[in-house]
Design a protein around this ligand. Structure first.
Ligand code: CTP
Length: 410
């Protein structure tokens, strides 16, 4: 959603200004065009030159500039932007925005932004200033407006030496919030609720050992990110993974197949789409022991296993309005096995891949998949990033959904 988007970043005077610099850099890397508006106080922390160089655009710092880039600059910038992001937003700027003040370039631009465009506020300040009733009232007032979104500050060590809620989130997270906000306003999955499962499940043998698999979670996390950036509401049920959690998703961490089963069934009745990218352990030890199993003299060791529930099969049995997407990780007869899974599990779509192929499968950033729908139509995709694969899956889901139900109300 960021590619080609016009992002106006409003920077006010707080120590977290340094993070705003990285936000600009990351946005540009994602293909967005960025312009920066600074309050006078912000220029005391860093010079406009830094933002000019990093955004590759002039920086507006005053309503009274001798040579503004545009005539009536605050109006033109508001017209230009797809979104206004204020990061960091000081308590003072939040108060001014909440009450309609327009005494500098940033607050004047904000007032000129039409209600059809989003304004994302990222407050950052001392924890007592943040907790103060006045600040909270101002933020609630902003949240009450249709086009305003507020990112909660993080808890942690603050520049003033105290610890508490008031830190500006990391630049990567701010960019994700911008992406998701744009998705919510302009995305083609707005109003859709998608359940994504990711990573592998683990079955404990004893306190130090488990049965697991090679899934990293990269594919499932990419699907969650792609869906969020297109405006969907996302619940991510995930096994253990080193991937960074998408901050806009409702994340449910699980370990075992039974836990994943319980989490999926709990949200299933209200979701529109399920994408089951997780690699699920099909069996679990018959007995999990509480003490570490010691080596015996015998050269053989038998582990008796019980079958786990097939989560996707169970979802298929209970399917009502949902679109059900499965994955088929195969090492041979990919299309044949994948088609059999569509029928057996009552799926609408399956994403099949040969996990032995270079550039596909577990723990790599790319994938090579075939999308097979319930009519047997096979769409072969070339090697591409897992994020691109995620978007292709969502495109296909959208075409199936529209085909079955007609266009939903936005
Ligand atoms: N799946 C599931 N619950 C299981 C096993 C698999 O929900 N107990 C889901 C996976 O998340 C995936 C799809 O079913 O979306 C296919 O998983 P896969 O491991 O390829 O196939 P299995 O059904 O386990 O069959 P097999 O291992 O025999 O290939």
């Amino acid at each position: 959603m960021l590619n080609g988007k016009k992002i106006l970043l409003g920077v006010s005077g707080g120590i977290a200004v340094y993070k705003a610099v990285e936000v600009v850099s990351r946005l540009r890397k994602a293909g967005a065009e960025v312009r920066v508006v600074m309050t006078e106080n912000a220029t005391k922390f860093v010079t406009p030159m830094l933002f000019k160089e990093i955004s590759n655009n002039p920086v507006a710092v005053s309503l009274w500039a001798d040579n503004p880039e545009f005539y009536a600059e605050h109006i033109k910038l508001a017209e230009w932007a797809d979104i206004l992001v204020v990061a960091p937003a000081t308590a003072n700027v939040c108060a001014k925005l909440a009450n309609g003040f327009a005494d500098d370039i940033l607050t004047s631009v904000a007032l000129a932004i039409p209600e059809t465009k989003p304004i994302l506020i990222c407050p950052a300040m001392n924890c007592d200033m943040y907790a103060n009733v006045a600040t909270q009232e101002n933020l609630n007032k902003l949240l009450g407006r249709e086009n305003y979104f507020v990112v909660e500050p993080e808890d942690g060590l603050l520049a003033c030496g105290t610890s508490g809620k008031g830190r500006l989130p990391e630049p990567m997270d701010i960019v994700e919030h911008i992406d998701a906000t744009l998705g919510e306003c302009y995305g083609d999955l707005v109003g859709r609720y998608i359940l994504v499962t990711a990573a592998g499940t683990r079955e404990n043998i004893d306190p130090v050992r488990f049965i697991g698999n090679r899934s990293s979670g990269k594919m499932g996390y990419a699907i969650a990110r792609a869906a969020l950036s297109r405006g969907a509401l996302v619940t991510l049920v995930t096994g253990p993974s080193c991937e960074i959690t998408p901050c806009e998703a409702n994340v449910i961490n699980v370990e075992s197949t039974q836990e994943m089963y319980d989490a999926c069934l709990a949200v299933y009745p209200v979701v529109d789409v399920v994408i089951k990218a997780a690699a699920v352990a099909d069996y679990r030890p018959h007995k999990t022991v509480s003490q570490k199993i010691k080596k015996e003299k015998d050269d053989k060791f038998n582990l008796l296993l019980d079958k786990n529930p097939d989560i996707l099969y169970e979802l298929g049995q209970r399917k009502k309005k949902q679109i059900l997407v499965g994955f088929a990780a195969e090492t041979t007869k990919v299309v044949e096995y994948a088609k059999a899974k569509i029928v057996k599990k009552n799926l609408d779509l399956i994403v099949a891949n040969d996990v032995t192929q270079a550039g596909a499968g577990f723990n790599v950033d790319t994938n090579i998949v075939k999308l097979i729908d319930a009519k047997g139509k096979v769409t072969e995709l070339t090697e591409m990033s897992k994020l691109d694969v995620a978007h292709k899956i969502l495109d296909k889901v959208l075409s199936l959904e529209l085909g079955s139900y007609g266009k939903k109300q936005r």
